[in-house]
Design a protein around this ligand. Structure first.
Ligand SMILES: Cc1cc2nc3c(=O)[nH]c(=O)nc-3n(C[C@H](O)[C@H](O)[C@H](O)COP(=O)(O)OP(=O)(O)OC[C@H]3O[C@@H](n4cnc5c(N)ncnc54)[C@H](O)[C@@H]3O)c2cc1C
Length: 417
């Protein structure tokens, strides 16, 4: 099935151009080849021949993406990216995410993409040359090491990993886990509490600093990969034992670590929600398509009212999620304070995505949870999103606080603002 994408009247021409160019690659190059591109990973007995074929195919598609000027939509042109505006990128994501693994073929691979964003914003010229450019041009890999097993990741101000200044070096001690890409990473960006006894007035968040740690530095010990949904290999538990790196590896000003972590996510939340919408769109198409072809108990699924309810509820979820996200994006683009809206989409969209995929799985029956379809992976991804990048509860607290502040100041909420 192709993604049905047409130009939108209300958006600038360039946004439509990006959407249509992206849809052409998704529909012509990626969707028809999804199995060949990624299926070998799940195929028992798949060998080198399948891997080589998939590699050649990926390179061919990447070349087309570059030719279309869509490579690395999150990066400026001077760093080899597409140089898209915020809205162009947001609208592109809903198309790109429709196809399995398409982001990687467009040069957006987490956690590298998030790290590239903070290196761009906080890195010195020297750091950009050493750590940013090689991740873009030479396949250098990275990880983002913030979450700790003994402290709540949802309260990053509480993190305990320390960096102590010793002459021209930072000495890092602590234990992190869920550092994605841990085994492949050439370097980590590590969130550290920088001991600052000389500045007793610093707030707890002002004591956090991000520090670049090459993976082969003595004292960096990858203890294990934490299995996630039964799969091993990607998200690592890492001990940092007396790890010494030069002070030049400090990223941004001392105490800027918390803000840098927020910046890594800020606009990213809109992009992630647009990704969710692309994936919901795919799940929705799969659900409707199946309901039109599967006969059960003497009739097509589409003729059963339970299934019609699934279709209607999913339409409502998808449309509400999309409009809410685009409204938030428009507010951000206009420079208005969108913090409440960002938290609202971060709660609503992954939950709506979860519901839509859940219904699509139900309609497909056993096939829905098989790896023949992308639905099982989507389901797991949607579930994780409800606790990562700030769990639902933390965002709901923020929403309520912002709203109550208005009312305490004698002003009710203006939903049209
Ligand atoms: C697949 C995957 C990949 C990840 N990749 C990375 C990575 O690359 N780098 C990295 O650093 N981390 C990564 N993480 C970690 C992730 O960011 C954290 O799991 C997340 O921030 C939540 O932190 P936590 O697990 O410590 O949960 P906790 O902070 O212990 O929170 C647990 C639960 O407590 C509840 N809660 C929290 N605060 C409140 C409150 N105020 N009121 C009520 N309830 C509350 C929420 O329901 C929350 O889910 C990854 C996680 C997963 C699952």
């Amino acid at each position: 099935m192709r993604m049905n994408v047409k130009p939108i009247d209300s958006v600038p021409d360039r946004v439509n151009e990006i959407r249509m160019l992206t849809a052409k690659i998704v529909n012509q190059e990626i969707l028809p080849n999804e199995k060949a591109l990624w299926g070998w990973r799940r195929q028992a007995g798949a060998g080198q021949a399948e891997r080589d074929k998939a590699h050649r195919l990926r390179e061919k598609i990447k070349a087309k993406v570059k030719q279309a000027g869509l490579w690395a939509p999150h990066l400026p042109q001077e760093y080899g990216g597409a140089g898209l505006s915020f809205l162009e990128h947001a609208y592109m994501n809903e198309i790109m995410a429709y196809a399995v693994g398409a982001a990687a073929l467009f040069g957006v691979v987490a956690p590298n993409s998030g790290n590239q964003k903070i290196l761009l914003k906080y890195g010195s010229e020297e750091q950009k040359k050493k750590w940013l450019l090689p991740t873009i041009e030479d396949g250098m890999e990275s990880g983002f090491s913030m979450t700790e097993p003994d402290q709540p990741g949802s309260d990053p101000r509480s993190l305990k990993t320390t960096a102590r200044r010793d002459g021209d070096e930072w000495v890092i001690n602590g234990r992190k886990w869920f550092t994605s890409n841990g085994k492949r990473a050439d370097f980590f960006i590590v969130m550290c509490r920088t001991e600052d006894g000389e500045d007793a007035s610093a707030t707890s968040s002002g004591r956090m600093t991000q520090i670049i740690v090459p993976a082969d530095t003595p004292g960096v010990n990858i203890a294990r990969s934490v299995p996630v949904w039964g799969h091993e290999g990607h998200h690592c538990e890492i001990f940092y034992d007396d790890v010494r790196v030069p002070v030049e590896n400090q990223l941004g000003g001392r105490g800027s670590g918390h803000q840098a972590a927020q910046d890594r996510l800020g606009a990213g939340r809109v992009y992630h929600c647009m990704n969710c919408i692309g994936q919901m769109w795919r799940a929705f198409d799969l659900m409707v398509e199946r309901s039109m072809s599967r006969q059960v108990h003497g009739g097509l699924l589409e003729s059963k009212q339970f299934i019609q309810g699934f279709i209607a509820d999913s339409y409502i979820d998808l449309q509400a999620a999309r409009l809410m996200t685009l409204n938030c994006a428009a507010k951000m683009e206009s420079g208005a304070d969108a913090r409440t809206d960002i938290s609202a989409i971060k709660v609503f969209v992954p939950a709506a995505y979860h519901r839509v995929v859940d219904r699509a799985i139900q309609v497909w029956g056993g096939a829905g949870v098989s790896s023949d379809l992308p639905l099982a992976d989507m389901y797991q991804g949607a579930r994780v999103l409800r606790l990562a990048d700030g769990p639902d509860e933390v965002h709901k607290i923020l929403i309520a606080k912002n709203i109550l502040k208005h009312y305490h100041n004698g002003e009710s909420w203006d939903f049209a603002a």
